[in-house]
Design a protein around this ligand. Sequence first.
Ligand code: FAD
Ligand code: 2HG
Ligand code: ZN
Length: 449
Amino acid sequence: LPDLADAVGSPNLLTDPDVVAGYCVDWTGRFHGGAAAVVRPASTDEVAAVVAACRRHGLALVPQGGNTGLVGGSVPGEGAVVLATTRLTAPADVDAAGGQATVRAGTTVAALHAAATAAGWDYGVDFAARDSATVGGTIATNAGGVRVLRHGDTRAQVLGVEAVLGDGSVVSHLGGLLKDNTGYHLPSLLCGSEGTLGVVTAARVRLVAAAPARAVALLGFAAMEDAVTAALALHRDLPVLDAAELMTGAGIDLVCRVLDLAPPFAARHAAVLLVEAAATGDPTAVLAEAVSGVEGVVDAAVATDGPRRAALWRYRESHTEAINHLGPPHKLDVTLPSAALAPFLAEVPAVVRRVVPGADVWLFGHAADGNIHVNVTGVAPDDEAADDAVLDLVAAHGGSISAEHGIGRAKVRWLHLNRSAAEIAAFRAIKRALDPDGILNPGVLLPEG
Ligand code: FAD
Ligand code: 2HG
Ligand code: ZN
C-alpha cells in the first residue's frame, strides 16, 4: 500500500472496504470480486509507477473504465488492485483539419462525441452506455455498437495508442499518420486485449464526417425472417444507413412494462427493425423509398426531429436495462454468418428451453452485421447449461461466441469453440512477452495454465 500511495498520492489510493466494494461488481450484478485497493492515477507516469509496484509485489492489476463491460472483465479477483481510469481525462485534442483526435483513456464515449461534433465531425462508434463507457474501455473490448455497419468497430477508428505494458514499459505512437507501415500494429493488438497486455492511457482516433440530418423508422414484421432479410437488403441498398437494429415483440413489451412506455404500434408484431439514415441533407425521402421496396413490412413509425427519434431509439436502447430488472441475465453476444442468422434466431429459444425449461430468451441486436444478443433470464448465475447450448449452436452455424463484448471471465470456457490450440498458444506467447509476470487481468480472456 505505501508503494501504491507513492505512485498515485494517498488521496487516490482507496482502501475503505465500502468504497472499494463499488468497484467489485459488474453492471449486471452477475460477477463479484474483492479488491485489496483501488488506485486512481492521473497520468501515464503514474500508471507506470502503479504497474511497477504491482510487479514488485506480485499483485494482480485490473484496469477499470466505466465498468459497463458485460463479460466480467473489469471485476477484480480477490486481493487484486483496481486501476480506475477516472482521472485519466482531459478535453479531447481535436485536429479539425485532419479529422482526428487525441483522447485520454478515461474520457467517455459521449464526451468524445461532443468534442468531435463541436469541431464539425463525428465519432464512428456509439452505443447506449456512451455516458459511462470510456475510450480506454472501448479499445480494450474493441467495442462495436450500433454504427458498425457504416463505420466499423473500435479497431477501425484507432490510429495510434499510448499504453503502459505489463512489463512496465510505455509505448506511445500518437502521430496519426494514415499510412505508416513500420512494423507490428500495436493499436490493433491492444484493441480487444481486455486489459491483459497493457493499460491504455491515450489514443489517436479517426473522426468521421458529420451527418446531422437523421431519420429513424421503426418497422413491424409478422416474421423474424422477414426482418432479417430487410436489414440485410437495406444495408446493401441504402448507403446512408447508419443503424439497423432488430428486436422482438416480446422485448418491446418488456421495455414498455419496465419503463412504463406506451407501445410503439397499436398492434403487436413478432419482429421490429429500427433503421436510421443519416446524411448532410434530409435523408427521409431516400429512407422512405428504400423501405417501400422492402418486403414484409406490416407497420411503420417514422421520426425526423431529435426528441421523436430519441423516443423510437428508447425501445431499442432500453433492452439491457429492462432485462436486468428480471435478475442477472446470462448474456450471449454472438455473430452468425448472414445466411445462418434467421435459422439461428428460429432455433435458439427451443435449444435453451430444452436444457432449462423455465428460462426466458430475449433476442435483439445489430442485425445487419450478424450480431445478435441472446439474453437468458430465469437461470441461476452459475448454471451454464443455457450458455453451453447457445454457444454450441453458434459454433455449429460457423459463428463467433463473442461479437463485441469480449471474452472477459464469462466466456473463457468456450474460447476453444472459435480459436484453435495453435491460436491460443500464440495468444499466450504474446501475453508472456508483454506481461511476463502475468499481473494484468489474470483469469480474463485466456484459460488459466
Ligand atoms: P470496463 O467495463 O471498465 O472494462 C471493460 C474491459 O476493458 C475490462 O477487461 C477492463 O479491464 C478493460 N479496460 C478498461 N479500461 C482499460 C484501459 N484503459 N486499458 C486497458 N484495459 C482497460 N458494448 C458494445 O460493444 N456494443 C454495444 O452496443 C454495447 N452496448 C451496451 C449497452 C449498455 C446499456 C451497457 C451497460 C453496456 C454495453 N456495451 C456494449 C458493453 C460496454 O459498454 C463496452 O464493452 C465498453 O467498451 C466498456 O467500456 P468501459 O469503459 O465501461 O470498460
Ligand atoms: C446492445 O447492443 C449492447 O444493446 C448490450 O451490446 C447487449 O445487453 C446486451 O446483451
Ligand atoms: Zn450490442
